[in-house]
Design a protein around this ligand. Structure first.
Ligand SMILES: Nc1ncnc2c1ncn2[C@@H]1O[C@H](COP(=O)(O)OP(=O)(O)OP(=O)(O)O)[C@@H](O)[C@H]1O
Ligand SMILES: [Mg+2]
Length: 398
């Protein structure tokens, strides 16, 4: 019987840790066998701040996903997030000794392309392949076995702050798990929800989390840009808490149940005071103004990222949003009006098994981490970040 390919994926988000146990099926589908999310305190804007509390949440989510799947996986691929993540383009060209492109040549050119200036305190998280050229012909999808004199590679090297990376690995270890590869959260969530056609014709992807927003642009089938904004749905909650004089849990409930962008709704809402039985009246208009101000500021930040792209026309496939923050009522229509592009919610695709929960936009990152693993059948721990990068490419190439 063929060996079953099970994997554990983790997303240590600002508001929740998600864990997913999945099986990579031979037909390319990912079967979800176990999925769990545990609320977390101790993360800020995608970064670990309170190690023990975060470790407990990781352990809880992973245990529940494992027990649902009847598995006992301890090696996990983990999403990494935060505005410390940046991309640097890298290129390399190698001459082919044998005249035929082999694994070693591909490995050599990708290794060289990934040698970019890292900057102090930074390390490689991941190398994203963008384009391969054979004897100057660009856009070759599978050059293996082709006869050529030269092979060129274009990559994006995703780098991050070493201290953030070390702490993420440390907290996963403290939870009793071994972190394998780290997958940038924006890349993972895009992998979960975007189709090849959307990436081909052009699409903007926004992963709107609690403390971060990932902004990615795909065109001509490739990643063209990504950046992370240290702002997400939590800032709306804290603005509501301060602006309306209610505690954070009440502000969160008001946001989930009543807040909407560009809403004309009037009247008042009753909120029970924290101590005692008295009731506080919240003017809806005031609440919506607070939400609108924050969403306006957030949109300005997103636009600063989108302005770095040269657009002749907008993205033909529009904007696809994931993350819990994308569920804010009225956000999609607001962005459609402001940008003139279609905006939709992205739900994970290509899933089987227990997929109801995993089809929610809030689980896109953890699903994408599993998909990234499934696509290159990573199955072992390797020591250094550099080895991991090389191993990744070796696997992908096969
Ligand atoms: N229905 C909803 N309406 C508005 N906001 C929502 C809704 N559901 C969830 N959210 C918000 O989504 C945010 C959490 O999203 P998500 O779970 O994607 O974040 P995360 O992955 O923990 O954080 P990050 O990606 O920033 O590290 C919270 O701020 C939450 O209030
Ligand atoms: Mg997230």
């Amino acid at each position: 019987m063929p060996k079953r390919q099970l994997m554990l994926a983790l997303d240590v988000g600002t508001t929740k840790v998600s864990a997913l146990v999945a099986e990579a099926r031979p037909d390319g589908e990912l079967a979800v066998l176990g999925i769990a999310a545990t609320p977390v305190v101790g993360m800020r804007r995608g970064l670990v701040f309170e190690v023990e509390r975060v470790a407990l949440a990781i352990r809880d989510a992973a245990n529940r996903a494992n027990s649902m799947a009847g598995s006992d996986l301890t090696q996990a691929a983990v999403a990494i997030n935060g505005d410390h993540l940046t991309i640097t383009p890298g290129q390399a060209k190698v001459s082919l000794k044998s005249g035929v492109i082999r694994d070693e040549d591909m490995q050599r050119v990708l290794e060289r392309a990934a040698h970019v200036e890292l900057g102090a305190g930074r390390e490689v998280v991941r190398v994203i392949r963008r384009g391969i050229a054979v004897d100057g012909f660009r856009g070759v999808a599978d050059p293996q076995g082709m006869v050529a004199h030269t092979l060129e590679a274009d990559v994006f090297v995703v780098t991050g702050l070493s201290t953030v990376i070390r702490n993420l690995r440390h907290v996963v270890n403290m939870a009793g798990l071994q972190p394998l590869e780290l997958i940038p959260a924006p890349e993972a969530s895009a992998l979960a929800v975007l189709s090849a056609e959307e990436k081909q014709v052009g699409v903007v992807h926004l992963d709107v989390g609690g403390g971060t927003t990932g902004v990615s642009v795909y065109r001509s089938g490739q990643l063209e840009y990504f950046g992370v904004i240290p702002l997400g749905g939590e800032s709306i909650t804290s603005d509501l808490s301060v602006g309306l004089g209610v505690v954070a849990t009440q502000a969160e409930r008001l946001k989930l149940e009543h807040a909407a962008v560009a809403s004309e709704r009037e009247g008042t809402l009753e909120v029970r005071a924290v101590s005692g039985q008295s009731v506080k009246l919240i003017p809806i208009k005031e609440m919506q103004e607070i939400v609108a101000a924050r969403v306006d500021e957030w949109t300005d930040y997103v636009e600063q990222h989108l302005q770095r792209i040269e657009w002749t026309k907008g993205p033909a496939a529009g904007v696809v949003m994931t993350g819990g923050g994308a569920l804010l009522k009225g956000l999609g229509p607001y962005l459609e009006t402001r940008w003139g592009w279609p905006v939709r919610l992205g739900t994970p695709i290509g899933l089987g098994g227990l997929s109801d929960l995993s089809r929610s936009p809030g689980y896109a990152t953890v699903v994408g981490v599993a998909k990234a693993m499934a696509s290159h059948e990573q199955s072992r721990t390797v020591e250094s970040p550099w080895q991991r990068v090389v191993q990744f490419w070796v696997n992908l190439w096969k």
